[in-house]
Write a protein that binds this ligand. Structure first.
Ligand code: CTP
Ligand code: MG
Length: 344
């Protein structure tokens, strides 16, 4: 039946070579990348906002510290994206929700706009808009693992520029095709960046920083976060490889469409390898974690970034990977067709 024949196609495409003229499209993909990168001016505004909010919050809580995390600090952010901030504060008297509510009062008194404390969200935050810079941001409390994984992503991006090029295009594809919506059961931007890092590790364009001798160590909620962070010493690491962003894109989608073994494999940038679901005991559904596509978080290793994906959205995702792989293989204008908006 249908299932058997699609399996056969899958098998045949496993070893398909990349189209010979793929590099014709490199200039178009690079110009899409350039158009998404935030300007220096925008980055300066983000820093300015961090400074002014830190000053306001430190008056009330002198021992607290405000960090930028997420896309505006991990170097994978598009222009005009929202800003994620994390307030680190050691206050044993107050619950997270109390801190959020007090923070909202402090910001209100300092004339910030559109302040909304969201205390019932999975990660409680305060939303606000700064009238000086016009920027909107979300502040969470004591989510330090996110601050540390932000640094890991930023450090990887410094080793080889092709990581950033690939990840921007993959994120742009995922947003255009509406498969970057965790509340709808598809993957986070963070998960897509991890998938890109993993591919470049397998192709020896990137090392595995967590397997190298650690130069950076922190412990966050019992998780040991340690890795080699002197990445300026590694900026020749991938120089042997002539892979272009087009070829990497082809490889990325070909891998997720035809090569990844969804029944057995977990991708892991912590080890730089594919590890087995069996070994992690991720072979069956536990509570809400279905493990239909397995992406290990680099520090919180019991956390599967694919756990948001369910039996309906895994189908959507895999069809989108196949669509993208086929476009890169056959389409005459892949740098346009790839991003055609999904119309329900
Ligand atoms: N994060 C995390 N675990 C997740 C999802 C997110 O720790 N399962 C943290 C990461 O530090 C990530 C940040 O939250 O960098 C923001 O996540 P996300 O919104 O997925 O990524 P952004 O890089 O902000 O992407 P976008 O441009 O789509 O906003
Ligand atoms: Mg974000």
């Amino acid at each position: 039946g249908h299932h058997v024949s699609s399996q056969r196609i899958r098998f045949q495409r496993r070893n398909m070579p990349c189209r010979y003229d793929i590099d014709r499209f490199t200039p178009s993909f690079l110009s899409i990348f350039e158009s998404l990168v935030p300007s220096q001016e925008e980055i300066a505004k983000q820093k300015q906002l961090l400074t002014s909010l830190s000053r306001i919050i430190n008056k009330e809580w002198p021992n607290s510290k405000l960090y930028l995390y997420g896309s505006c600090a991990n170097s994978f952010g598009f222009s005009n994206s929202d800003i994620d901030l994390c307030l680190s504060i050691d206050d044993k008297e107050m619950s997270k929700v109390d801190i959020i509510l007090k923070l909202a009062d402090i910001l209100q008194a300092a004339n910030l706009r559109n302040i909304q404390p969201l205390t019932r969200a999975r990660i409680p935050i305060v939303k606000l808009m700064d009238p000086e810079t016009g920027l909107s941001c979300d502040i969470c409390v004591n989510n330090l693992l996110a601050v540390v994984n932000t640094k890991l992503l930023r450090d990887y991006a410094q080793i080889d520029r092709r990581l950033r090029q690939l990840a921007f295009i993959v994120k742009h594809w995922a947003k255009s095709r509406r498969v970057n919506e965790t509340y709808q059961g598809t993957l986070s931007s963070y998960a897509y960046v991890i998938m890109c890092i993993h591919l470049l590790q397998l192709r020896r364009l990137l090392p595995c920083l967590q397997e190298m001798e650690a130069t950076y160590f922190v412990t966050v909620d019992e998780n040991n976060c340690a890795y080699f962070d002197q990445v300026d010493k590694l900026n020749n690491y991938g120089a042997h490889s002539r892979d272009t962003v087009s070829r990497l894109l082809w490889a990325f989608f070909h891998y997720w469409a035809y090569e990844h073994d969804y029944t057995k494999d977990v991708i892991s940038i912590r080890t730089g390898r594919i590890i087995s679901k069996e070994r992690k005991d991720w072979t069956r559904r536990v509570g809400n974690d279905r493990h239909l596509i397995c992406i290990e978080d680099p520090f919180e290793i019991s956390h599967d970034l694919g756990r948001v994906v369910d039996k309906f959205t895994i189908k959507i995702l895999r069809e989108e990977f196949e669509r993208a792989a086929n476009i890169l293989q056959f389409d005459l204008n892949p740098s346009v067709t790839l991003f055609e908006p999904y119309v329900p």
